[in-house]
Write a protein that binds this ligand. Structure first.
Ligand SMILES: [Cu+2]
Length: 194
């Protein structure tokens, strides 16, 4: 292997770590970082948000952007395998205690945010969905799946925001969207709590 190829591999390695620990402070995401979180001008649409989470929420705030490359708000939550969709959380690491997760659905389909424990040897994205296109939610610590409201519901509609405040112990967690085929289509990211 040439030195050039090694350099390219190393560069690829360092630039493909979306789960590397971020700042322990704050969770605000401005529009410029939103673009990079979503991978740049890759065809993702950003419909305007129709509501917002409470201005002041307990503990550290993690902003989770849910997005897809759908074409219309009438698509609902079901997605075929291979549909392009993403879940991006920032910061990727927070202090233990109260953690407020704010899930912004910037996609055209319905999405949700579920917080699952991540085992010592596991990595985000390794869960195997069942025949229903969903992964097991065993051990779930909570979810934001209501439109313009806290806690669980019928899913976060396109352009809506859902939020939840959880008490998280130090450890590794996996943020997932568990609507049919969404996990397999890439809607997961590790969250580290210290
Ligand atoms: Cu989803």
């Amino acid at each position: 292997m040439s030195a050039l190829a090694v350099g390219a591999l190393l560069a690829g390695c360092t630039s493909s770590r979306p789960n590397s620990p971020g700042s322990l402070m704050g969770g605000h995401v401005d529009s410029s970082t939103l673009g990079s979180m979503m991978g740049g001008p890759a065809g993702y649409h950003f419909p305007a948000l129709t509501c917002a989470a409470p201005v002041s929420m307990p503990g550290a705030t993690v902003t989770v952007v849910l997005a897809d490359m759908g074409m219309t708000r009438m698509m609902g939550g079901d997605a075929p395998m291979g549909a392009r969709m993403r879940l991006r959380a920032a910061p990727g690491a927070v202090a233990a205690g109260k953690v407020s997760l704010v899930a912004e659905n910037r996609g055209w389909r319905t999405h949700e945010l579920v917080v699952l424990p991540l085992g010592q040897a596991a990595a985000a994205g390794q869960r195997v969905p069942g025949a229903d296109g969903k992964v097991s939610e065993s051990g779930s610590l909570g979810e934001a799946s209501a439109s313009c409201a806290a806690g669980s519901g019928e899913g976060i509609g396109s352009g809506a925001v859902g939020w939840v405040t959880l008490e998280l112990s130090p450890g590794r967690y996996e943020l997932v969207c568990n609507l049919k085929n969404h996990y397999a289509n890439g809607m997961y990211q590790e969250l580290d709590v210290r």
